[in-house]
Design a protein around this ligand. Structure first.
Ligand code: PLP
Length: 453
């Protein structure tokens, strides 16, 4: 085994990894990247079909971002936003984000952006914000948060609790109290035979209503949802789902937290995924493509009315006591700002919408291939669900590790994709992918599927 791989096995504890399997297979060590491609230490080239971890939206090797980082590092390598300190990149990024995050339902003024470093900490911040907000508005019992089975919201104690996937709870003594999960809007798995989208969405909204009634509407503060579920199985909700869910939430004065960590910044062919999925959220979490992952940065968009409610209380009890050393780190903020400027200069959202058309057509074209049970997606996001018997919709036994095997074959064919829960393969390439490269990606995937059969 090569020296780097040996050192990996000796010294690294890999996140989100089957540790026993890793000891057997060793790592795939990636050395460099350019556009939609990365190369391993043997010089083999791959299409990065997951944009890293759904994040390198602008593609690899973007010199303008390197330039933005080094310029800012030379000027002011670190600056803080605690205790009224501020700096130019943080201020200008917050200003820029106003035009990227559509107004919330009850909006009258600009968003306020509270920066962090990851999607997980953004969602932790969301939990703390709704607690704070309800405490200071005299509703101390209104604290619980509803998430969804198969939702993915991160791995810190609160975010992992919101995540609706068993391995994120088992052996970690999670979820924390006050988090509960409602049904997953995955029609292929959970719609009744012959049930229309409309009827399935209505049933999910009724299920949500029943959960709220059981728990007590006055005890529930918010619901969190991704516009399209990513890591939990690439699940596209049925038509009309969010308006029906929101009608239930509105009836009980329950906020909707929009987790845009994957869907934000053009992924679905719109600025935010909420626009593509008919969602009108109250607060928003953003990360990943915000900086195209050149540096870690996240943010929570806080509506003006929530901010207003927090002003006086923070005067009474002391500081609004939340934030990180690296909240709005100036180098990360400068990179994110430049990244969004490039998105605008290159119309990357429009590009994603346009290239999303052949992307979705090729995805649909996989139906009918061996073991392909269902395909789904929007824009430049796609999922392919494998089944043992497509005719009967019969699932693979989990021990078959079907998606993991297909992802391994794709890797041999020079394509990196991700195996998800529920035997699903996720495809989420950098937004800069061209139409010709979309065909290259799906050609590689089809070769892998042919070998899987
Ligand atoms: N929310 C969503 C929708 C995500 O997909 C992820 C990560 O994939 C997170 C939150 C957590 O982000 P991070 O891994 O940066 O903590």
């Amino acid at each position: 085994m090569e020296a780097l791989a040996e050192k990996d096995l000796a010294h690294l504890l890999h996140p989100a990894t089957n540790l026993a399997m890793h000891r057997k297979t060793g790592p795939l060590v990636i050395e460099r990247g350019e556009g939609i491609y990365v190369w391993d230490t043997h010089g083999k080239r791959y299409i990065e079909g997951l944009a890293g971890l759904w994040c390198v939206a602008i593609g690899y090797g973007e010199e303008a971002l390197v330039e933005a980082a080094t310029t800012q590092m030379r000027k002011l390598a670190y600056g803080q936003l605690f205790a009224s300190r501020s700096h130019e990149p943080g201020i200008l990024l917050a200003e820029k984000l106003e035009s990227w995050v559509p107004p919330s339902k009850r909006h009258t003024g600009p968003w306020k952006f509270l920066f962090g470093n990851s999607g997980s900490d953004a969602n932790d911040t969301q939990v703390k914000l709704v607690r704070y907000y309800n405490n200071v508005t005299g509703r101390p019992n209104k604290k619980k948060i509803i998430s969804r089975l198969n939702g993915y919201h991160g791995v810190t104690l609160a975010s992992a609790s919101l995540t609706g996937l068993p391995p994120f709870h088992a052996h970690f003594d999670l979820p924390i109290p006050g988090v509960m999960h409602t049904g997953c809007p995955h029609a292929f798995r959970h719609a009744h035979p012959g049930e229309s989208d409309e009827a399935f969405a209505t049933r999910l909204a009724d299920e949500l209503e029943a959960l709220i009634q059981k728990e007590g509407p006055d005890t529930i503060a918010a619901m969190i949802a991704e516009p399209i579920m990513g890591a939990g199985g690439l699940i596209v909700p049925p038509e009309g789902y969010f308006p029906k869910i929101q009608a239930v939430l509105d009836r009980h004065d329950i906020l909707l937290i929009d987790d845009e960590v994957i869907c934000g910044f053009g992924r679905l062919g719109t600025r935010m995924g909420s626009e593509a999925m008919d969602m009108r959220p109250d607060t928003v979490s953003i990360a990943k493509a915000l900086s195209s992952a050149y540096l870690p940065i996240s943010a929570v968009a806080v509506p003006d009315w929530m901010h207003e409610a927090m002003l006086e209380p923070s005067n009474q009890v002391g500081a609004f006591a939340h934030g990180f050393t690296y909240s709005g780190h100036p180098v990360a903020a400068a990179v994110a700002l430049r990244n969004l400027e490039l998105f605008e200069e290159r119309d990357l959202v429009g590009h994603a919408a346009r290239v999303g058309v052949p992307f979705q057509a090729r995805l649909q074209g996989l139906m009918g291939k061996p073991f392909v049970g269902n395909v789904r997606g929007k824009g430049l996001l796609g999922g392919l669900e494998l089944v043992a018997d497509p005719g009967a919709g019969k699932r693979f036994d989990p021990s078959a590790k079907a998606a993991i095997r297909l992802a391994a074959l794709a890797q041999e064919e020079g394509l990196i994709v991700r195996a998800l829960a529920g035997d699903t393969i996720a495809i989420c390439p950098p937004l800069v992918i061209t139409e010709a490269q979309v065909h290259e990606l799906f050609d590689a995937l089809e070769r892998a599927i042919a070998r899987f059969a």
